[in-house]
Design a protein around this ligand. Structure first.
Ligand code: BGC
Length: 257
């Protein structure tokens, strides 16, 4: 029987869930998307997550549930809120979800989930070295994975580069907001990736987020010694990674929670 878990990706505009077949590394069902509540407080978001869980409850049974959130998540507590409602800062979020759903969940950072999915099933599948996955979206998310093991909660989107919070210069949303052409945007990505390369010497960069669909517009222009490739799982990565991490946490419980 296939190993199944539910992955739910909590984003700024939508909350999306699907059952994931962990052997295939892909969705086992259609994806259900519900708008993120206008006021995206933990309680309001938990109510939507509850609806999504209900939708898949019959097929999921008592299978694991993984949730992503665009925030630092240390032992179930959300510690930041760069592009989400401020009430997530210092919030016992995992417990709030568990109380709302009446069952266990595993809450993880969105980029960590996407990164794990790319290493397990996507562009960095089976990579034996140091992989840094970055997601270019509203902000910049990052996942550091060494020999298949995630170092959780890296926040490389917030490196200070040339006096700026990096994501405020190089996130995909900034290109749109400032109306930058690709030739204006590429130098910002160059500065970003050369800084991360100098600090970490990764063996591979994977670039995710919606803009990775247009990778041919910017990846070939970047001058780095590290190979840099587009993510493969696109907008499925968060859900698949959340499901994978939920299973992993079940097998290797958080000793510090
Ligand atoms: C947040 C990260 C998140 C990333 C992508 C950043 O602003 O600080 O926690 O992973 O955006 O959503």
């Amino acid at each position: 029987m296939a190993r199944i878990a539910l992955g739910i990706d909590i984003g700024g505009s939508g909350i999306k869930g699907a059952l994931v077949d962990l052997d295939a590394g892909d969705f086992a069902t259609e994806r259900l998307r519900i708008e993120t509540p206008q006021e995206s407080t933990p309680a309001n978001v938990a109510a939507v997550v509850d609806q999504i869980v209900d939708n898949f409850a019959d097929q999921l049974g008592d299978g694991p549930i993984g949730l992503t959130i665009p925030a630092i998540v240390q032992h179930g507590v959300t510690l930041s809120a760069a592009n989400i409602h401020p009430s997530w800062v210092n919030c016992p979020a995992e417990k709030i979800f568990e109380d709302a759903l009446g069952r266990d969940v595993v809450l993880v950072n969105d980029a960590d989930a996407a990164g794990v999915a790319e290493v397990q099933y996507g562009a960095a599948k089976g990579h034996p070295g140091l992989v840094i996955v970055t997601t270019l979206g509203t902000g910049i998310g990052s996942a550091i994975i060494y020999r298949g093991v995630l170092v959780p909660n890296s926040e490389l989107g917030h490196l200070e580069i040339d006096g700026h919070d990096a994501e405020k210069r190089a996130a995909a949303s900034i290109r749109t907001k400032e109306g930058l052409s690709w030739s204006e945007y590429v130098p910002r990505l160059q500065r970003y990736y050369e800084t991360v390369e100098f600090l970490f010497s990764p063996d591979l960069f994977v670039v995710g987020g919606g803009v990775s669909k247009k990778a041919d517009k910017f990846l070939p222009q970047l001058k780095l010694r590290t190979p840099i490739v587009a993510a493969q799982l696109q907008n499925r990565a968060g859900i698949i990674g959340a499901a994978w991490l939920a299973v992993d946490k079940g097998e290797n419980p958080d000793q510090l929670r």
